[in-house]
Design a protein around this ligand. Structure first.
Ligand SMILES: [Cu+2]
Length: 137
């Protein structure tokens, strides 16, 4: 009897370990903001820490059009392909479509890519240094 209950406890522990996801899927909202008096454009927040399968929601708050483009330099072909596949309606390599109006959203489900820091920027405001970093854990 004692052996059986121990076995059951062990089985329960194994089941819990196997069925619990490593991380719950999180949603990260990134506002795309203009600050006209200062002629500044930015992602808010500009630094994100995420896990694969998390959802990124880029939302135009002001100053449209904006976009999201990942820096391609140094990416392996596999990572580049995974990022491209995760970006719906791309306008080019690693590039979102232009988000042309306040309230527009662009969603990316973080693909299974190696942990590291991935840089992105807004193409229309690249000269204004509108950029951010995605740290994948
Ligand atoms: Cu922008």
């Amino acid at each position: 009897m004692r052996l059986m209950s121990r076995t059951l406890v062990l089985l329960a522990a194994i089941t819990a370990t196997v069925s619990a996801p490593a991380h719950a899927q999180a949603t990260h909202v990134v506002r795309m903001v203009a600050d006209p008096p200062k002629n500044r454009y930015r992602f808010e927040p500009a630094e994100l820490t995420v896990h694969p399968n998390d959802v990124l929601v880029f939302r135009v708050a002001s100053g449209a059009p904006h976009s999201v483009v990942f820096e391609g330099q140094g990416l392996s072909p596999g990572v580049r392909a995974a990022l491209n596949a995760a970006m719906p309606g791309r306008s080019g390599d690693l590039s979102s479509p232009l988000l042309t109006a306040t309230g527009k959203e662009y969603r990316i489900v973080v693909p299974q890519i190696p942990p590291g820091v991935y840089q992105f920027y807004c193409l229309p405001h690249r000269a204004y240094d509108m950029r951010g970093t995605l740290t994948v854990k």
